[in-house]
Design a protein around this ligand. Structure first.
Ligand SMILES: NC(=O)c1ccc[n+]([C@@H]2O[C@H](COP(=O)([O-])OP(=O)(O)OC[C@H]3O[C@@H](n4cnc5c(N)ncnc54)[C@H](O)[C@@H]3O)[C@@H](O)[C@H]2O)c1
Length: 373
């Protein structure tokens, strides 16, 4: 197979989809890997390192798209890339199509096979290719929140841990999944007073047994959100309803009631976000705005702040699927790997993820009918 690794062009994006060790594995297994010049340079993976691993370096983004059968990316293709996508190409990346109607139309028109990392799903409902970025984003959300609580970043000037005699900051985490529990781990480690909410009591049970009473668990509903949001210094949005737009469960009136100089970090923003006060994602270059005296941080590629860790971890989780795909071919790979089957969002001009189809109010086709099994 001919695999292409473009340099990411999203604002502030430093991750690279394949690290040199993954390239070596793919080349050793009879694949050709094209890497765009400078794709990994910002995180210590030089072109020389890629060449030593067997990659061929290509000068431009156009070259990588035009020469490759399979494109492996990190973030969704941006508008500037739409024209470069080749008909019937296969693309693996985080797509988040439930909030990307225009990109979805492009993928369908070009009959692209789009495999979305975030919808690769195991039988137990876990999302193995979303996991590593959620783990990092959860931890980063606390670091970021702590920074914006400082006076010189516009916050009220609260140290997350407090000091003896001064109460620690109150951190509220909404969603007790991978982002939420990792945020909790760091926030507790930093000495904050932590509350976590979820609609699923079994998630709260798991949190309770892991953290052994060091964290308060509260069921998520409008009544409790209103009550806990008002008293919190840092709120982390960590909700996911897979393949769907996130619900705006934190209403404008709740944010209005928050203390001035407190901070919101909406990690769920890549699926539309849970705060009514955030209309659209921001960028790593301009990650915040202030409304009702509250700092809002809403960036869809938080792991890019620690891109080397993120790229290596991403490869640890995605390489098993990529190697299945290139060694067996698309149809055999999705037939033998149910979680990869679930990752397929578009195929030969059809939308094959039911939840994305529902979110976008577009027709859905069952992949098994299209590939005949
Ligand atoms: N911004 C970024 O850079 C970035 C990076 C990684 C992940 N994410 C996103 O973070 C979000 C969370 O990801 P995750 O891996 O933790 O998902 P997850 O599935 O592990 O957890 C989501 C949790 O949300 C809970 N939930 C659903 N509805 C809720 C509600 N109304 N109130 C409270 N909880 C509710 C679910 O029960 C679940 O426990 C996703 O949108 C993911 O794409 C963003």
């Amino acid at each position: 197979m001919i695999i292409g690794v473009p340099k990411e062009i999203k604002n502030g994006e430093n991750r690279v989809s394949l690290i040199p060790s993954s390239v070596k594995f793919l080349v050793d297994n009879d694949n050709i890997v094209y890497v765009q010049k400078g794709a990994g340079e910002r995180i210590g993976f030089s072109d020389d390192l890629y060449e030593a691993s067997g990659a061929k370096i290509l000068e431009s983004l156009e070259d990588v798209y035009s020469k490759s059968e399979i494109i492996v990316k990190v973030k969704e293709p941006l508008k500037e890339e739409y024209a470069l996508l080749k008909n019937e190409q296969t693309i693996l990346t985080y797509f988040h199509l439930a909030i990307e109607p225009e990109l979805t139309e492009v993928l369908l028109k070009k009959k692209i096979t789009a495999i979305a990392y975030e919808t690769i799903e195991k039988e137990d409902g876990s999302l193995p290719a979303l996991y590593p970025m959620s783990e990092i984003a959860g931890k980063m959300a606390v670091q970021i929140g702590a920074r914006y609580l400082e006076n010189d970043f516009g916050g009220v000037g609260k140290l997350l841990s407090g000091v003896p005699g001064v109460y620690p900051a109150r951190v509220l985490i909404i969603g007790a999944g991978v982002v939420g529990t990792n945020a909790a781990r760091l926030a507790i480690g930093m000495g904050a007073n932590v509350t976590i909410m979820d609609v699923n009591p079994f998630k709260l049970q798991a949190v309770d047994s892991e953290f052994k009473g060091k964290i308060s668990t509260v069921i998520s509903n409008e009544f409790n959100l209103e009550k806990y949001i008002q008293r919190s210094d840092l709120i982390i949005g960590a909700v996911l309803i897979p393949s769907k737009k996130a619900p705006h469960i934190v209403k404008e009136y709740m944010v209005k009631n928050m203390k001035k100089g407190s901070v919101i970090v909406d990690v769920s923003i890549d699926q539309g976000g849970i705060f009514e006060t955030i209309d659209a994602p921001l960028s790593l270059e301009n990650p915040t705005f202030e409304k009702y005296g509250v700092i809002h941080y809403a960036v869809t590629n938080i792991p890019s702040c620690v891109a080397r860790t993120a790229a290596i971890s991403l490869n640890n989780y995605t390489m098993p699927y990529i190697s299945q795909l290139v060694s067996k071919g698309f149809i055999a790979a999705v037939k033998s790997t149910p979680e990869l089957y679930k990752g397929v969002n578009t195929f030969k001009g059809k939308l094959t993820n039911p939840d994305v189809a529902k979110s976008l109010e577009m027709p859905y086709s069952e992949l098994s009918m299209l590939i005949g099994f």
